[in-house]
Design a binder for this molecule. Sequence first.
Ligand code: TXA
Ligand code: MG
Length: 294
Amino acid sequence: MLIRAGEPVAVPTETVYGLAADATDSQAVAGIYSAKGRPSFNPLIVHVADMEMARRLADFSPQAEQLAARFWPGALTMVLPVRADSGLSPLVMAGLPTVALRLPAHPAMRALIRESGRPLAAPSANRSGSISPSRAEHVLASLNGKIRMILDEGPTSEGLESTIAAPEADRIRLLRPGPVTAAMLEEASGLPVITGKDNAKIEAPGQLESHYAPSKPVRLNALRAEKDEYLIGFGLMPCHLNLSVDADLREAAANLFAALHVADASTQERIAVAPIPDEGIGTAINDRLRRAAA
Ligand code: TXA
Ligand code: MG
């Protein structure tokens, strides 16, 4: 199969489509960076099929075990100390002493890990810096000609990239908001969740401004469309495309990237987006929208 041959394959997870390759094979990992046009200082998430595989790659503190028990399989990525004998390609960590691990729920990704027998490094399957793919056609539009295979399993259920968190002894650091919210992490761990970084070093370069960017200017908190704008709405309002008429934040998250793709491809010159409540997964939606507008 392609994975064994060191080729990257696009595969859905419950969050977004990933571009997966054998995380133990440096050639294969280099193939991901070149297909995406991704800077090599930006490390990759490693996907595992079970806890046994996870524990062979990283050291699990009691806090990490607790979060894994509660949220895996699912949309949580944990940044953990990488083991010296992990066998992972150093390109995956891009020089960091930690590895970002996730045990996804999607059967297609799980089957791919199981069948290849390898941990799979997989960033979102889009050109670096552009909108993440929640459907196979987004992958095709972004990476056509750069990859040999896309496993098309329809739209993803969550629609936003996983939450990235670094569990520490007395707190959880939230590096990227996502479907697993700060409140959920706090409730599960009994620890305070602090957002952002505690130093200047970029810890999740997905945190860089101007990530997830459409090719058109984006205006946020728009209540109506200006003449040249494509308005993405939320809740009952006149607009070109509505993220959720019922003002349901989970539905809006699942529809967000597809809406940005449609708006980007429209004849309108600019994109406007309605205000989204900053609660629950709305925090992650607003995080992605701020970057789209940056
Ligand atoms: O939902 C997701 O997480 C998707 C699916 C495919 O799993 N993947 C994804 O990967 O969003 P990517 O490469 O687009 O984003 C990975 C993020 C980047 O911001 C990267 O900087 C961060 O994870 N990251 C990876 N390793 C890290 C580490 N050791 N420490 C801190 N951040 C890390
Ligand atoms: Mg990405």
